[in-house]
Design a binder for this molecule. Sequence first.
Ligand SMILES: C[S@@+](CC[C@H](N)C(=O)[O-])C[C@H]1O[C@@H](n2cnc3c(N)ncnc32)[C@H](O)[C@@H]1O
Length: 248
Amino acid sequence: MTAVRRIRRLYAGADLTTSQGWDAYARRYKGERLGDEWNRPDVEGLDVSADGYVAHLDSVVFAPFLGHVGTLLEIGPGGGRFSEVLLTHCDHLIAADTSRSMLDLLRGRFTAQRNISYVHLDGLGLRQIGTCSVDAAFSYGVFVHLQHWDIYNYLVEIERVLRPGGNALIQHSSTLSEQGWQYFLREVPGQLNRHKLFGTYTVMTPELMAEFARRAGLKPLGCRTDVVRTEAISLLQKAAATSDGQAD
Ligand SMILES: C[S@@+](CC[C@H](N)C(=O)[O-])C[C@H]1O[C@@H](n2cnc3c(N)ncnc32)[C@H](O)[C@@H]1O
């Protein structure tokens, strides 16, 4: 049984929020590097080893899109599976997560690192992060589990905290891809007549994500559906400022 299923069973009937579920996951975690269990290239249709999974995504999508920036915001870093590589793409990484237990694991993993700060989020947005204060935003393994209302709210918040012209890379579900549809079907029996279960693979498509982004004031630059076949990676941008200080 997977760790997510064990937690669902342990808290059956408790109606866990996404944040509470992942906090429970981190509290029960016994290994060294939480997140490595999600490096599953075979499941995701990638021809790389599990050890080479993060480096592959970095070389194909993250590095080319993010480049090197001053301040990079990571939403939901968990145990730091991607933080390690993100630290090489910025002068300063803000690791923002709703789970204090995840943040504790992260602090333990990056004790020697000086250019990372830790922010505990309340799950309602990014109010702890200043307006126009980050150069880029990144989130992986988080939006796949968020409700649509949370997704839209985070996009609005990302637009607020990004500096003009800043990029955001958000990975999310792709329900209508072949593999995404299989995920969806697997979850049908457990989801009937109840609130969303913790760890659910949210129903989302590249088109809906692009429309949410537009309505949040972000420009969809593209969506990679060719890298990880189970999900999609949306590439978004906040409009650049014009000479009169208005958004372009
Ligand atoms: C499946 S883990 C992924 C962690 C990491 N990004 C990775 O891919 O290995 C989901 C992470 O998102 C965090 N999270 C859940 N809900 C969140 C929310 N509303 N805002 C920010 N982080 C959230 C969880 O605490 C957890 O650290």
